[in-house]
Design a protein around this ligand. Structure first.
Ligand SMILES: CC(C)(COP(=O)(O)OP(=O)(O)OC[C@H]1O[C@@H](n2cnc3c(N)ncnc32)[C@H](O)[C@@H]1OP(=O)(O)O)[C@@H](O)C(=O)NCCC(=O)NCCS
Length: 324
């Protein structure tokens, strides 16, 4: 296997707080011990619903679909746990499941067939997750939340932590995105998908992780793109990378200039953009953290618009080769 070693990754991430090269030895065990001290009834819940039994359900994971397939099983599991044991113990049970998976990382990693260059990203996330486990977590990590599904998907190696973004190798670009009303944008995106990417699936997709917001920066996104060569080595049939969000809206150039890099960086790696849909009720989280966008929305001067970027494996690898 050619590719960077863990030591090179340590030198090149430059991301503040990165700990992908720090040993995990004994950390999962210690976090679980602390969790049990905080939550003396947890052993009873773990005996009632063994972690291994729940994990067996996740073994049916469809590699051709996204991480959000975990949501349904998790929400059933969570409502059962809450009904029988209450919310705090359901939260702690979920944390115990994450720590159990991390505790077995060395053995599971050898079986994962993922590129070695991706391992430090997982180790970094495992440190972060174990810190949350030892603290007993928070409501935002209940097993039925999207945040928990992402953490579980990381522990199952289904979402790949890559600095400013998580990478889901089980995605695809919906054909309807480019096969609707013909415009210059959709025609050029269709040409790109057919003749450059070579098709619409399978594609990797970017997802944002609330707990890695501090790397939602140009450096964090540049690093995510740099990880793509190792992602393509791990999943050789992938045709490219996509992402879809309110923050790819070109109108944000004026409204939220601090976000300009989220279009600029994919474009530098070769991406084309396509409009997906208006988000008239602002349900896409665009207003969550910005008073300015909220005020403009309330004044009828801003409607969030979801846009997607599409970039082929060929373009990403060409740029990665040029940058070496
Ligand atoms: C996506 C996200 C991480 C981007 O965060 P961000 O880089 O801070 O950029 P935002 O434009 O959202 O910033 C929010 C506020 O912090 C301010 N801000 C951002 N960076 C700042 C900086 N370096 N210094 C001072 N203020 C800053 C912004 O000005 C903005 O406030 P305002 O619009 O009222 O002026 C964040 O908006 C988020 O977590 N949203 C909710 C979840 C979400 O949308 N996920 C994606 C789903 S596809």
């Amino acid at each position: 296997m050619t590719g960077r070693t863990a030591a090179d990754v340590r030198m090149t991430t430059g991301l503040p707080g990165w700990c992908g090269n720090e040993s995990l030895a004994g950390k999962a065990d210690a976090a679980l011990r602390k969790l049990h001290e905080k939550s003396p009834e947890l052993s009873r819940v773990l005996a009632d619903v063994p972690v291994e039994q729940a994990l067996a359900a996740f073994a049916r994971y469809d590699v051709h679909a996204g991480y959000n397939q975990l949501g349904l099983d998790l929400s059933k599991l969570c409502s059962g746990l809450v009904a029988r044991h209450g919310e705090p113990l359901a939260l702690h049970w979920g944390l115990a499941m994450l720590a159990t998976l991390i505790d077995e990382h060395e053995r599971r990693w050898r079986e994962s067939a993922l590129d070695p260059e991706l391992e430090p990203g997982f180790i970094d996330s495992f440190h972060r997750i174990l810190t949350a486990v030892a603290r007993g977590g928070a409501r935002s990590l209940m097993p039925d939340t999207d945040a928990f599904a992402k953490e579980l998907a990381i522990c199952l190696y289904r979402l790949i932590p890559a600095g400013g973004q998580l990478i889901d190798p089980g995605s695809a670009v919906p054909r309807r995105l480019v096969a609707r009303r013909p415009t210059l944008e959709t025609l050029s995106a269709a040409r790109y998908m057919l003749f450059n990417a070579g098709g619409f699936a399978p594609f990797a997709a970017f997802h944002s992780n609330l707990f890695q917001r501090h790397w939602f920066t140009p450096a964090g996104w540049e690093y995510a793109f740099q990880c793509m060569s190792a992602v393509f080595r791990s999943f050789p049939t992938l045709k490219g990378l996509t992402g879809s969000s309110w923050f790819f809206d070109p109108a944000l150039r004026d409204i939220s200039p601090e976000l300009a890099f989220v279009r600029e960086i994919p474009r530098r790696w070769g991406a084309v953009f396509v409009h997906v849909r208006p988000d008239r009720n602002a349900s896409s989280d665009s207003l969550l953290l910005s008073r300015k966008r909220r005020e403009l929305f309330e004044a009828g001067k801003y409607v969030p618009q979801v846009h997607a970027f599409l970039v082929s494996k060929r373009d990403i690898l060409a740029r990665a080769a040029a940058g070496r």
